[in-house]
Design a protein around this ligand. Structure first.
Ligand code: AMP
Length: 376
């Protein structure tokens, strides 16, 4: 066990790295953040900020020299960097798991192979694959880049096969996955923490609503039937087992009209849809990440109040600072801003959590707040 007072390292200093850093620091750890961006939200509040690229071996060595263990906050970290570090100290999650989650083709293939239900898909590595179109493609569909897509970026709606070639070229002729566009009943996600001993702790299932491919609202607990809740948790735990995962893992699901669950994607880190845990649970997803990283026992999360999380995108800053006073005068509202200077449209600047014993009341207040903020 790595004692509080020791140093923990994290690759990536975005908002997830920042909230990890805050959780670790409040438990007495010191945190080294490796992120090339001098103004990264996590780097700014870290005890040491190493501003090197993620594949810079000197930077990685320096991080290892500082730290007793290392974790990561985003999936596009080169897996080789995690491998390099794991020869020097404890690293979670492991390179192999991150490698699966950072590449849609690998992810789908892995999930399929291990019997997890995914959206019907076809793989397009190059133009030759377009020439030999699979017969079973059902349109419309979404063509998604295999790597570096996020928040609905790097994907195009394809209405029929004549659009496929142009769509592939528009995405840069890089390896892609074609997914059937499914009518969704709802979207839910499950966050599970799994430690080196295989002990696990699952967060309540959360319901997610997206706007333009970006998470807009998370409602927790999810308003879905109990068997769906149990199944989603069971799938997330099984996946953790198959991956022999160490760390915090998010599994995002689509719920189909027949109640069936399919995995949309997985994230090898805390997730936007788990932010409600900071204000509504006995332990946050970030404290669990600290606990796995440092070998402390996991806590079984208990949700003590219903919650609605609203994402705050840069668009809200169009006319200056949003009217926080009109939002924070209700004691059920918690504001989290990530310390980003540049409020670009679509950029995640922070979130609000509305907590209320009664979920319906929390939902009503969240609608009122959206109106006050002028949020569409
Ligand atoms: P992604 O970045 O792949 O998670 O996509 C962002 C959002 O787009 C998802 O949360 C869904 O709301 C929607 N979406 C993505 N793929 C599909 C699909 N195959 N069918 C229906 N909706 C989808």
């Amino acid at each position: 066990m790595i004692q509080p007072g020791s140093w923990l390292g994290i690759l990536g200093g975005g908002q997830l790295g920042r909230m990890f850093t805050q959780a670790a620091q409040s438990m007495g750890y010191r945190v080294a953040v490796l992120d090339p961006d001098p103004s990264s939200p996590g780097g700014r509040i870290s005890d040491s900020h190493l501003m090197t690229e993620y594949d810079d071996l000197d930077g990685l060595k320096e991080l290892a020299r500082f730290s007793s263990a290392v974790t990561t906050e985003f999936e596009n970290i080169p897996a080789d960097s995690l491998r390099f570090l794991s020869d020097l100290l404890s690293v979670s999650p492991q390179a192999e798991a991150v490698e699966v989650a950072q590449d849609r083709i690998r992810e789908k293939t892995f999930l399929d192979k291990h019997g997890f239900r995914v959206v019907p898909y076809a793989i397009f590595n190059d133009a030759n694959d377009l020439a030999s179109l699979p017969q079973n493609l059902v349109y419309p569909g979404l063509l998604k880049v295999s790597r570096f897509g996020y928040d609905g970026k790097g994907q195009i709606l394809i209405k029929d096969f004549t659009e496929l070639k142009a769509g592939f070229e528009k995405l840069g002729s890089v390896p892609c996955v074609f997914e059937q566009f499914l009518p969704l009943e709802a979207e839910v996600s499950v966050i599970v923490a799994r430690d080196q001993m295989g002990d696990t702790a699952v967060f309540p299932v959360a319901e997610n609503q997206h706007c333009n491919g970006i998470l807009d609202l998370t409602i927790a607990p999810a308003r879905v039937a109990d068997p769906i809740v149990s199944e989603a948790k069971q799938i997330a735990l099984s996946l953790g087992e198959v991956l022999q995962y160490e760390g915090v893992l998010c599994v995002e699901f689509f719920i189909l009209s027949d109640g069936g669950l399919v995995i949309n994607e997985i994230a090898p880190r805390p997730h936007n849809s788990g932010h409600f845990s900071m204000d509504a649970c006995s332990v946050s997803q970030f404290e669990q990440q600290v606990r796995v990283t440092s070998g402390l026992p996991l806590i079984k999360p208990r949700q003590h109040t219903s919650a609605v999380m609203i994402n705050l995108l840069g668009d809200l800053w169009e006319n200056g600072e949003p009217p926080w006073g009109r939002v924070l005068n209700d004691d059920r509202v918690r504001l989290h801003l990530y310390g980003k200077d540049d409020a670009r449209p679509g950029r995640k600047m922070g979130h609000l959590t509305i907590i209320d014993k009664n979920l319906d009341e929390a939902l009503i207040l969240s609608q009122q707040i959206k109106t006050v903020l002028g949020k569409k």
